[in-house]
Design a protein around this ligand. Sequence first.
Ligand SMILES: *Cc1c(COP(=O)(O)O)cnc(C)c1O
Length: 355
Amino acid sequence: MNFNKLARECVRKLKPYSCARDEYKGSAGIFLDAYENSFGSVLSVGLNRYPDPRHIELKARIAAIKETTIERTFLGNGSDEVIDLLVRVFCEPGVDKIMILPPTYGMYKVVADINSVEVVEVPLTENYQIDTDAVLKNTEDVKLVFLCSPNNPTGNIINDAAILKLLETFNGLVVIDEAYMDFAPEKSWLPKLNQFPNLVIIQTFSKAWGLAGIRMGMGFADPEIIDLLTRIKYPYNVSGAAQQLALEALSHIDKKDKMVANILSERQKLIEKLKKLDIVLKVNPTDSNFILVKFRNAKQVFEYLMNKRIIVRNRASVIGCENSLRITVGKPEENKILIETLKKFTAECTEIAEE
Ligand SMILES: *Cc1c(COP(=O)(O)O)cnc(C)c1O
């Protein structure tokens, strides 16, 4: 696939901004090129210098851990930036389209709307899987299909066979957002990058790594696609503090894995307890760190919980998620209070019904 041809003309023709740190690539020297404060900073953490715009050290570590290459690795200010850059590289406003499969992560549509890019919506099936035929029938002018697996807000993994079919048949890019992949028994699509040049994978430090605060998203794709993203990103899109902290985080994979194991064991307990509640109609299978739960009356439950200062995500107004609340797996004590509160709600409802 010729990705340069797939990209917008203005991106192809762009002469990227050249910043001071692009011209001299060494790390030692007397730096008098970027109007920084040579005396230091007001903080003990330093950071008086502009960060590496190419993110070389961090990308090298990530590429090694993920068993891919620097050339296939991109870093953004959260995965939300990666999503935005993908749309801006490939979709000419008012001409090209993206496809999303609702119910899914809301950011794909927001990014498209901001960029005046039309969104084709092909709903997931009843089991929250891809309707492959419907997808393939509606790809006219579509440059990017956004898949989320495990899917937010439904929690489930998308079947391999359906994704494979899209990768083999669709004439644009298939973007798989793997924000929750650490919580799933299935493997990432990352090793398949060599096999499918039109595959783009997005991952993040925000969920399993517990670092939503540093804003660090990752994109993995064919080197040509990574080049295009790099051309249009802001030079210093990832801060020095974020790069340092992400590097530090990568030497604690064991800690991440342990937290994931704890979350999974809490998730199992939570699922079993939710299933026993009278007000719960369905606990959807989940491969992530949250559970989509269908209630008899989600709105009432949501408000009751809110009044007790337990905040969950109300997804009742989303197509395919009628009467459903999305509940993140909390710490043992938090989950215990959640279940007790839901039991209390059930008891109060029954009392009212009996009166
Ligand atoms: C939380 C989430 C992200 C993470 O976004 P960041 O900008 O990296 O924090 C990405 N995709 C999905 C589907 C998510 O739910």
